[in-house]
Design a protein around this ligand. Structure first.
Ligand SMILES: Cc1ncc(COP(=O)(O)O)c(C=O)c1O
Length: 396
């Protein structure tokens, strides 16, 4: 035995997404890629927006002296200023570059934010179903995750959150637009959550922080308004990513923004920047940071994703699946027609060559996740198989 017992156990139990992805790879070899409908990974197929490649070429042909060197751990001031301007416009809050730290995607952002906030044993409340990596990020920094079931429409159950808050609660972590459900929390819901957290925080020395994973912020459908969490609740931190908005998850760039009107903003920012360095990230990739202001307001989607959502959602409803209509991101979380989501997902795989992820991989048995950031043809070709599966399981 060479590796830690804890890590070994976690690895054995973790990541249904990865397990399904590995099965998918095997099946593709066995049956040919075109005969497998792979809806397992949230890996965007859309290329980055226009101008991205040209800007890359420009940097290669006319490099700026020193552009590959170390930089301040918070990232380039110019990039942070650009983001601050965007956030000020969106929220009306006085953001400057001092309220932004550039990170290694949202994943890096979540890790520095959680480490900055929690002491050993502090509790982090997470509405479930949830993006399963959260449990590891929280555990990385000695926190204890407290899952709270959402309502049937996957909105946050405030009474359940209230019942779960204890003296040890330090953070409520929300993710909207949501992975795996595609749900976007309404402004009323966020305001009510903020009221609850304010009331609970009043009785204690430290506030309860609201940590918002907004990695899918730009992928919202039907003009649904995404509430400005930073504007609504002062002790709030927003974690963002360009992985999905620019279609560059392999390039690892995102940022964390802290509410400028929060009295302890300086202390929190100091911790985030320090941790960016000491967790070993040092800084987010330099070239990607330089490209962000050049990309401006351009991003991938949401039009393309909305078309895919529409096609898939309409068809699944027609075939008799029970699905909450996604308002953002590129995931759908239908109910499994049988209680055992693992058995259903396995049968989808074996009998219909449709690859999805069982709900238990997101803390909710009896459901399955479809990631529809795939080519339109994959959805079109998979629909008859979804229909066959519905028939087999007696859906109408
Ligand atoms: C909810 C959520 N948060 C964070 C991440 C990580 O994103 P990034 O590539 O920016 O690290 C993902 C990736 O799929 C995600 O779904």
């Amino acid at each position: 035995m060479t590796i830690s017992q804890k890590v070994k156990l976690i690895m054995e139990e973790s990541s249904w997404v990865r397990k399904m992805f590995e099965t998918a790879s095997q099946l593709k070899v066995e049956y040919g890629e075109e005969n497998i409908f792979d809806f397992t990974l949230g890996n965007p197929v859309e290329e980055p927006p226009p101008g991205f490649k040209e800007a890359l070429k420009e940097f290669a042909l006319n490099p700026i002296p020193g552009m590959h060197r170390y930089m301040p751990n918070s990232g380039y001031a110019e990039t942070r200023r650009f983001i601050a301007q965007q956030l000020s416009q969106d929220t009306g809050l006085p953001f400057t570059e001092d309220h932004i730290v550039m990170t290694i995607g949202a994943a890096g952002g979540m890790n520095i934010a959680l480490k900055a906030l929690i002491d050993q044993g502090d509790e982090v409340i997470v509405p479930s179903p949830y993006f399963v990596e959260f449990q590891f990020y929280i555990d990385n920094h000695g926190g204890v995750m407290r899952l709270v079931d959402t309502r049937e429409d996957f909105s946050i159950d405030l009474e359940a959150i209230e019942r779960t808050i204890t003296e040890k609660t330090k953070v409520v972590l929300i993710n909207s637009p949501n992975n795996p459900t595609g749900v976007v929390y309404s402004e009323d819901l966020i305001r009510d959550l903020a009221d609850l957290l304010r009331a609970k925080s009043r009785k204690r020395r430290n506030p309860i922080y609201l940590l918002a994973d907004e990695a899918y912020k730009t992928i919202i459908y039907d003009g649904f308004p995404l509430p400005n969490i930073l504007e609504i609740y002062k002790p709030s931190i927003s974690v963002n990513s360009y992985s999905k908005s620019l279609g560059v998850p392999g390039e690892r760039v995102g940022y964390v923004a802290v509410n400028p009107s929060f009295p302890e903003v300086e202390e929190v920012m100091g911790a985030l920047v320090f941790l960016n360095r000491t967790l070993g990230y040092i800084n987010a990739p330099a070239l990607m940071q330089r490209l962000i202001p050049l990309a401006g307001e351009n991003h991938v989607g949401p039009k393309e994703y909305q078309e895919k959502r529409d096609l898939l959602y309409q068809a699944l409803i027609e075939y008799g699946y029970s699905v909450v209509k996604p308002q953002g991101a590129f995931y759908m979380f239908p109910q499994s027609p049988i209680e055992d989501d693992l058995a259903f997902v396995s049968d989808l795989q074996q009998s219909f060559r449709i690859l999805t992820v069982p709900g238990r991989g997101f803390g909710k048995k009896g459901y399955f996740r479809i990631s529809y950031c795939v080519d339109m043809e994959v959805i079109e070709q998979a629909l008859p198989s979804f229909a066959e599966a519905a028939k087999k399981y007696g859906l109408h």
